[in-house]
Design a protein around this ligand. Structure first.
Ligand code: SF4
Length: 266
């Protein structure tokens, strides 16, 4: 039976929502204990995100516990990833090399770590490197208008840079799934000189920021197009914000709300 957090703070009965949140939290913590995240390096999934946040996490800042909606989103993402990976594995579409399926493999070097979703046998010779993203209906609409998110493109480019010498990779794709109706959209991400240059510049920026400690990179300025990231930030206290900015706050204006919705793919 999961232990309910927050019991005793005026609540005499547990609601169904509290019970489910406690159950999801227990599951999340068990998974974290089984596969602890390595905070001694930067993570490829953080490509192109707030540098200050990346440096804070790597330097051991306290990370806020996920809220109930975060937990539901994590579980939804895990569920979709597992569902697709198991289905592809069952039909033999995921290569197995030396008895090991090429999915959920962690690639590390001295400074970075990243876990790619899977390689897929799709177009004859070579493999497709595929990354799966679940997203809100708003983020999905944004994708239709503006294409894959730059951070996601840099993330898969980082995986590709690590994998290209190991496996014959034919192409790289991001497969987005919208969480409301299950609509999908896949983007082929060409590994162009421009994308490689941007990705490499971001990797260099990480290293320079790390080398410049204890001076932290600046905060994202309020009102900037990137300010939506602060609404998802797990180290907002260490950053110097007193509390996580709420999307229900009066300062959360329409422009920020639109940017927030666009940024909602995970
Ligand atoms: S609160 Fe915003 S500026 Fe501060 S670390 Fe988080 S994302 Fe970066």
């Amino acid at each position: 039976m999961p232990v309910l957090r927050g019991a005793g703070d005026g609540m005499t009965e547990n609601t169904l929502d509290q019970l489910i949140t406690a159950a999801l939290r227990a599951q999340h913590e068990a998974r974290e204990a089984q596969h602890p995240r390595d905070h001694s390096v930067f993570h490829d999934s953080s490509a192109n995100s707030c540098l200050r946040k990346r440096v804070l996490i790597r330097s051991g800042a306290e990370v806020a516990a996920p809220q109930a909606d975060d937990l539901r989103n994590f579980e939804f993402g895990h569920m979709i990833h597992g569902l697709i990976q198991r289905a592809l594995l069952a039909i033999g579409a995921i290569p197995i090399v030396n008895g090991v399926a090429l999915l959920e493999r962690t690639l590390t070097d001295a400074e970075t770590s990243g876990t790619f979703d899977c390689l897929v046998k799709l177009n004859g010779s070579g493999y497709t490197l595929m990354d799966i993203k679940t997203c809100s209906v708003f983020a999905f609409q944004h994708l239709k208008e503006e294409g894959a998110k730059p951070g996601h493109m840099q993330q898969v480019c980082r995986y590709w840079l690590k994998l290209k010498g190991l496996y014959p990779i034919h192409d790289v794709q991001i497969y987005y799934i919208e969480k409301d109706k299950g609509f999908t959209r896949d983007f082929v991400i060409p590994m162009t000189e421009g994308l490689i240059r941007e990705t490499t510049a971001d990797l260099t920026a990480e290293q320079e920021a790390w080398g410049a400690l204890p001076t932290l990179p600046p905060r994202i300025a309020a009102g900037s197009p990137d300010a939506w990231q602060c609404h998802f930030c797990s180290v907002y206290e260490a950053c110097g914000e007193r509390e996580k900015i709420s999307k229900f706050s009066p300062t959360f204006d329409r422009a920020t709300m639109l940017a927030f919705k666009k940024g909602g793919a995970q």
